[in-house]
Design a protein around this ligand. Structure first.
Ligand code: PLP
Length: 408
């Protein structure tokens, strides 16, 4: 008899986005005359930069003749893209990362989800709360947790975020082996300073632990003092993996290209305590289960690193960050405490009420959709996430409606 992986039955039915869709549909049916404005989704709304489109077209044309056609490429990605990433995203910032430590993939979601399988079943996991749900759910699927009760899985060490710690969690009180960190953060928009990140790197060195650093929103950092990469911190090459994505940086959510950095100096240990290269394990996993990102997509991603590409990406990012600044300013003027929006495209608003009630109020009185913070973890209760990914006009209209709904 074939048996299922019963760990899947432990998964807390991820009802967040389906519940939002249900409530929005009910509202729209009742008020067909009032279109809703969506500031809930973490998806970009603007077209790919011109340089990417041109590179994409040229690469597609190369596929049209036998002389320039490409079949399977290297699983780890083409050298032209890996070298551009190493030079521009790391070496230019003083981070010592080489091209062969970079693995090109079709998404940071897959990579942050898949990475856990190269670590032992007994790995003790630390996960922030609130959190991008992929980190948690993939460890549940792998059987590293007990059951779900009162909003949490048994066996996970949760790292609580709050207004007091600025949603930058404190070091764990119980020993852990694998730590998920995400800065700039989804959903809170919080950022981490160099000194704060150094305490995590030092912790990992001291405890022979490993940090999974998700920097998918690095391009939104405005403050020059903030680290863009964990490898800007001394010692991180020995204890950290970093995830990046072109999704939010250059509008690739529907095009799909990302990468993961696994330094060759990074080790994890066998059950007898012998150090083993993590790079060689991930290389084995990646080349066994993945056949590479398409050639035209990698050419489109490479174009991001040209001078014109950098300017166009900056323009794209600035467009969303203008929205973020306006949302933060207006919500603060309405008396709400906010995190994020300064170096991230998300604004995390303390609602002074439970998150679903605030969500309903915004929907019914303003026709504006946000994301209730409770959907990202128990520490998200009492907050909403507002996304800056929309047009200037829609954001301005949404804020006017919110002001009116709150009687301001
Ligand atoms: N990591 C974080 C924190 C995200 O918010 C997202 C997408 O929303 C991803 C990773 C996934 O990125 P990708 O589109 O590359 O799969």
């Amino acid at each position: 008899m074939i048996h299922i992986n019963e760990n899947y039955l432990k998964l807390n039915a991820s009802y967040l986005f389906s519940e939002i869709a249900k409530r929005v549909a009910a509202y729209q049916q009742a008020h067909p005359e009032k279109p809703v404005i969506r500031l809930g989704i973490g998806d970009v709304t603007r077209a790919l930069p011109d340089v990417c489109i041109t590179a994409f077209h040229t690469a597609v044309d190369e596929m049209a003749t036998d002389e320039t056609f490409r079949g399977y490429g290297p699983e780890q990605g083409y050298d032209f893209l890996r070298e551009a990433i190493a030079a521009h995203d790391f070496k230019a910032r003083g981070a010592d990362i080489s091209a062969d430590e970079i693995f090109i993939s079709d998404g940071a979601k897959c990579d942050t989800g898949n990475i856990q399988e190269i670590f032992s079943a007994g790995t003790r996991i630390a996960i922030p709360d609130p959190v991008y749900p992929v980190y948690l759910d993939t460890n549940v699927m792998a059987g590293r947790t007990g059951n779900y009760a009162d909003g949490r899985y048994e066996g996970i060490v949760y790292l609580d975020g709050s207004l007091e710690n600025g949603f930058v969690p404190d070091l764990p009180q119980t020993p852990v082996d694998l730590i998920y960190l995400c800065f700039p953060n989804n959903p809170t928009g919080a950022t981490i300073t160099r000194d704060q990140l150094k305490t995590w790197v030092d912790y990992a060195i001291q405890h022979k632990a490993l940090i999974l650093f998700d920097a998918a929103y690095e391009a939104f950092i405005r403050d020059d003092a903030l680290p863009h990469s964990i490898y800007e911190i001394d010692g991180a090459r020995e204890v950290a993996i970093e995830f990046r994505s072109f999704s939010k940086t250059a509008g690739f959510t529907g095009t799909r290209c990302a990468y993961t950095v696994v330094p060759k100096t990074l080790v994890a240990y066998t059950s007898s305590g012998a150090p083993h290269s993590v790079h060689s394990l991930w290389n084995r996993r990646h080349s066994t289960k993945f056949n590479g990102v398409s050639y035209p997509v990698q050419r489109a991603a490479e174009a991001v690193y040209t001078e014109a590409g950098k300017a166009q990406v900056a323009e794209l990012v600035n467009y969303y960050m203008d929205n973020a600044a306006l949302i933060r300013k207006e919500m603060q003027a309405l008396g709400f405490s906010c995190i994020g929006g300064e170096n991230a495209p998300y604004i995390w608003v303390a609602t002074k009420s439970d998150s679903w009630s605030f969500f309903d109020m915004l929907l019914k009185k303003a026709g504006v959709v946000c994301t209730p913070g409770a959907g990202f973890g128990t520490c998200g209760e009492g907050y909403i996430r507002i996304s800056a990914f929309n047009s200037h006009d829609n954001v301005a209209a949404a804020l006017t409606r919110i002001r009116k709904a709150l009687g301001a």
